[in-house]
Design a protein around this ligand. Sequence first.
Ligand SMILES: [Ca+2]
Length: 253
Amino acid sequence: MRKKPIFILIGTILSAAIAYQQSAADTSSNNRNNRASHNSSSKNGSAKNNSSNAYAKRRYANDEYRKALKNMWTQVYPSSGRTIYCNKQFSTRNRKERKKYVNAEHIFPMSWVAKDLNCGKRRQCQENSAQFRAIESDLHNIYPALINVNKARSNFRFGDVAGEKRQFGTCDFEVNKRKRIAEPDETVRGEVARAILYMAYQYNLSLHEKTEKLMRQWDRQDPPSKEEKRREAVIHKIQGRENPYISRYPFTK
Ligand SMILES: [Ca+2]
């Protein structure tokens, strides 16, 4: 009995938080309606169950994406692979070991997608936009990357970084934080370009004119490698959708 006021207090705080989030979220969606009903029922009691449901919902906002990642680590790279920007070999045999230094990089950043779809922050988009969830889960845009390099790339556009200051040891990957530009090694510029061009084409996402021009240039300068074609074919099989910039090279759409 002594715990009851605490639950009521937690319920009230959660209701307020949920109501706030709801008002900030995008327009009509099922999630919204679900939240509205959670909100009203928590006022009638059983606040604890409803609040833990709401928490679970936020934490696992895109099951499709989690499934895609699992497919990547188990099917696209069943035993080993190389990271996108630094060509560093990794093994997928020991998940715990791999997770220490390699994670998943969206070449076409999800923050650009969120902005384009106007669905709010990434978490809000995961909850409210089926289109965002589909885009986030597309493996043609997801490459393994060294965690620190992935972090440094942030959501910067690609371009030329003046000077050749090596920030990651022997890895030829540079970023200019002030100008928010990242420049990968010549050997992966094609891979990067074909992921970016594919995303814009497949999902009708907008690309800055300058970026599009550069990506088309990189696409021509660095044709698909054997490994890139292998990867594309495996993903094509998993998703039932090809990346024509790789499978039908040169694709000039
Ligand atoms: Ca290449």
